[in-house]
Design a protein around this ligand. Sequence first.
Ligand code: CMP
Length: 225
Amino acid sequence: MTHVWTAIKKVPFFRGLRDTEIMQVIKIAHSRRYKKNDIIFRKEDLGNSFFIVKDGKVKIFTSLGGDKKKTFAFLNRGDFFGEMSLLGGKVRSASAMAAEDTELYVISKRNFAKLIAGNHQFTLKLLHTLADRLTRADNEIASMLFHNIRGRLAEAILELTKKSHATPTKVAIDQSELAQYLGTTRVPVCRAINIFKREGTIDYRRGEIIILNHAKLKSMAGNIQ
Ligand code: CMP
């Protein structure tokens, strides 16, 4: 039990929650494993569970027709998802896929409602994250309206590397994933990457973006007021 407890405490979602509150969550969750590329649920499915990433990476995305895809977020250890349909939307607002081998805590809709009613820290965490996601979505709308592809790419790189602890800062992502994250096609993304490389702002090798000039990237991303 001790090593299970130690593992649980490493999941960032549970930081700041008291032991009794963590126990409340764990008691009603079961864990489920997914292989890389497994679909967890699809947009428009009826929402019946809430998920916390125990390990791995989840991609939240939508697709239009066969080929147009937009990635909304990559979620890592400690992030949660699946709350929106349970809070009101009824059906899933986006699809979720395991971006690598992944393990999730799964909580039923009924137990999720009980947690919201009975666990204040859990509810606060939920509200904070929803506010962060809304801010990010607002920024992305502004960025799509006011920025060119280079500004948007700069912003995307900063967002994707936000949680990186490596020096220099880096993130593994291939060009088609990056294009989906920006809601565009590979060609303009490839061109923008090459410009950033020539300027010495980033390096891009073997599917990995390495930030070489953070200040330059920030000024490219700009501040939308
Ligand atoms: P739900 O609508 O139940 O299913 C899809 C989930 O994706 C949604 O709940 C949120 O948890 C998550 N989601 C949707 N949009 C975003 C976003 N922009 N950033 C992070 N997560 C999101």
